[in-house]
Write a protein that binds this ligand. Structure first.
Ligand code: 5GP
Ligand code: ZN
Length: 136
Protein backbone atom coordinates (compact mmCIF):
# COMPACT_ATOMS: atom_id res chain seq x y z
CA UNK A 1 0.00 0.00 0.00
CA UNK A 2 2.78 2.39 -1.05
CA UNK A 3 0.33 5.00 -2.28
CA UNK A 4 -1.35 5.25 1.14
CA UNK A 5 -0.04 8.18 3.16
CA UNK A 6 -1.00 6.59 6.49
CA UNK A 7 0.71 3.30 5.58
CA UNK A 8 3.82 5.35 4.84
CA UNK A 9 3.57 7.02 8.24
CA UNK A 10 3.11 3.61 9.88
CA UNK A 11 6.16 2.28 8.02
CA UNK A 12 8.21 5.27 9.16
CA UNK A 13 8.68 6.62 5.62
CA UNK A 14 6.93 9.87 6.58
CA UNK A 15 7.47 11.52 9.98
CA UNK A 16 4.63 12.08 12.41
CA UNK A 17 4.02 13.20 15.96
CA UNK A 18 3.34 9.82 17.60
CA UNK A 19 1.14 9.71 20.70
CA UNK A 20 0.68 5.98 21.11
CA UNK A 21 1.71 2.84 19.31
CA UNK A 22 1.35 -0.88 19.85
CA UNK A 23 1.42 -3.94 17.61
CA UNK A 24 -1.89 -3.11 15.92
CA UNK A 25 -2.68 0.57 16.45
CA UNK A 26 -1.05 3.97 15.92
CA UNK A 27 -2.21 7.34 17.26
CA UNK A 28 -0.68 10.55 15.86
CA UNK A 29 -1.40 14.27 15.86
CA UNK A 30 -3.42 15.38 12.83
CA UNK A 31 -1.28 17.64 10.66
CA UNK A 32 -4.25 19.98 10.10
CA UNK A 33 -5.79 20.26 13.56
CA UNK A 34 -9.28 21.64 14.11
CA UNK A 35 -8.05 22.41 17.62
CA UNK A 36 -4.70 21.74 19.28
CA UNK A 37 -4.40 18.07 20.21
CA UNK A 38 -6.59 16.84 17.30
CA UNK A 39 -5.54 13.21 17.07
CA UNK A 40 -5.92 10.34 14.61
CA UNK A 41 -6.16 6.72 15.76
CA UNK A 42 -5.71 4.07 13.07
CA UNK A 43 -5.02 0.37 12.61
CA UNK A 44 -1.53 -0.48 11.37
CA UNK A 45 -3.06 -2.80 8.79
CA UNK A 46 -4.64 -1.10 5.79
CA UNK A 47 -8.45 -1.15 5.69
CA UNK A 48 -10.49 1.54 3.97
CA UNK A 49 -13.76 1.31 5.91
CA UNK A 50 -14.25 0.59 9.62
CA UNK A 51 -16.64 -2.27 8.83
CA UNK A 52 -13.85 -4.02 6.89
CA UNK A 53 -11.77 -4.43 10.05
CA UNK A 54 -11.87 -7.90 11.59
CA UNK A 55 -13.15 -8.08 15.19
CA UNK A 56 -9.66 -8.52 16.59
CA UNK A 57 -8.62 -5.19 15.07
CA UNK A 58 -11.80 -3.17 15.61
CA UNK A 59 -11.79 -3.96 19.32
CA UNK A 60 -8.15 -2.88 19.58
CA UNK A 61 -8.90 0.38 17.76
CA UNK A 62 -11.90 1.02 20.02
CA UNK A 63 -9.85 0.44 23.16
CA UNK A 64 -7.13 2.78 21.87
CA UNK A 65 -9.69 5.47 21.00
CA UNK A 66 -11.01 5.37 24.58
CA UNK A 67 -7.52 5.51 26.09
CA UNK A 68 -6.25 8.29 23.82
CA UNK A 69 -9.49 10.32 24.02
CA UNK A 70 -9.11 10.53 27.78
CA UNK A 71 -5.49 11.66 27.44
CA UNK A 72 -6.36 14.25 24.78
CA UNK A 73 -9.25 15.59 26.86
CA UNK A 74 -7.21 15.82 30.06
CA UNK A 75 -4.12 17.27 28.38
CA UNK A 76 -5.92 19.89 26.28
CA UNK A 77 -8.32 20.99 29.01
CA UNK A 78 -11.12 20.69 26.46
CA UNK A 79 -14.75 21.03 27.49
CA UNK A 80 -15.59 18.04 25.31
CA UNK A 81 -14.45 16.16 22.23
CA UNK A 82 -15.77 14.59 19.05
CA UNK A 83 -14.92 11.07 17.95
CA UNK A 84 -15.42 10.95 14.23
CA UNK A 85 -14.75 8.30 11.59
CA UNK A 86 -15.42 9.27 7.98
CA UNK A 87 -16.09 6.23 5.81
CA UNK A 88 -16.07 6.86 2.06
CA UNK A 89 -15.72 10.01 -0.01
CA UNK A 90 -19.43 10.76 0.41
CA UNK A 91 -18.85 10.92 4.15
CA UNK A 92 -15.84 13.23 3.78
CA UNK A 93 -13.05 10.62 3.93
CA UNK A 94 -9.95 12.04 2.25
CA UNK A 95 -7.42 9.40 3.31
CA UNK A 96 -8.58 5.88 2.41
CA UNK A 97 -7.05 4.19 5.45
CA UNK A 98 -9.59 3.96 8.26
CA UNK A 99 -8.94 6.34 11.14
CA UNK A 100 -10.77 7.90 14.05
CA UNK A 101 -10.49 11.63 14.69
CA UNK A 102 -10.43 12.71 18.32
CA UNK A 103 -11.16 16.43 18.20
CA UNK A 104 -10.87 18.43 21.42
CA UNK A 105 -13.75 20.93 21.65
CA UNK A 106 -14.07 24.17 23.55
CA UNK A 107 -17.37 25.89 24.21
CA UNK A 108 -18.09 28.29 21.35
CA UNK A 109 -14.98 27.27 19.33
CA UNK A 110 -17.03 27.44 16.11
CA UNK A 111 -15.45 24.28 14.68
CA UNK A 112 -18.86 22.84 13.77
CA UNK A 113 -22.24 22.75 15.37
CA UNK A 114 -25.40 20.75 14.79
CA UNK A 115 -25.89 18.90 11.51
CA UNK A 116 -29.05 19.33 9.38
CA UNK A 117 -31.23 16.65 10.98
CA UNK A 118 -34.17 15.32 8.97
CA UNK A 119 -37.40 13.70 10.13
CA UNK A 120 -38.85 10.28 9.31
CA UNK A 121 -42.13 10.29 7.45
CA UNK A 122 -44.73 7.78 8.59
CA UNK A 123 -43.54 4.20 7.96
CA UNK A 124 -39.98 5.09 6.91
CA UNK A 125 -38.32 4.26 10.24
CA UNK A 126 -39.88 0.78 10.31
CA UNK A 127 -38.74 0.14 6.71
CA UNK A 128 -35.10 1.07 7.20
CA UNK A 129 -35.04 -0.64 10.59
CA UNK A 130 -36.09 -3.94 9.02
CA UNK A 131 -33.59 -3.57 6.17
CA UNK A 132 -30.71 -2.93 8.58
CA UNK A 133 -31.68 -5.79 10.88
CA UNK A 134 -31.83 -8.16 7.91
CA UNK A 135 -28.20 -7.32 7.13
CA UNK A 136 -26.85 -8.09 10.62
P1 5GP B 1 -10.44 12.30 6.61
O1 5GP B 1 -11.13 13.41 5.89
O2 5GP B 1 -9.90 11.26 5.68
O3 5GP B 1 -11.30 11.74 7.71
O4 5GP B 1 -9.23 12.99 7.37
C1 5GP B 1 -7.91 12.88 6.99
C2 5GP B 1 -7.08 13.66 7.98
O5 5GP B 1 -5.72 13.31 7.81
C3 5GP B 1 -7.18 15.18 7.84
O6 5GP B 1 -7.68 15.74 9.03
C4 5GP B 1 -5.74 15.61 7.53
O7 5GP B 1 -5.38 16.80 8.18
C5 5GP B 1 -4.94 14.43 8.04
N1 5GP B 1 -3.71 14.21 7.32
C6 5GP B 1 -3.53 14.18 5.97
N2 5GP B 1 -2.24 13.95 5.65
C7 5GP B 1 -1.59 13.82 6.83
C8 5GP B 1 -0.20 13.59 7.16
O8 5GP B 1 0.66 13.43 6.30
N3 5GP B 1 0.11 13.53 8.48
C9 5GP B 1 -0.84 13.70 9.46
N4 5GP B 1 -0.42 13.62 10.73
N5 5GP B 1 -2.13 13.93 9.18
C10 5GP B 1 -2.50 14.00 7.88
ZN1 ZN C 1 -2.91 2.50 4.38
Amino acid sequence: MNDCIFCRIINGQIPSFKIFEDEHVLAILDIGPLNQGHTLVMPKAHFEFFDECPDGISTKISAAVVKVAKAVKDASGADGYNVLCNNGKAAGQLVGHVHFHIIPRFTGDGVFDRWPAKQYEIGQAEKILEKIKAKL
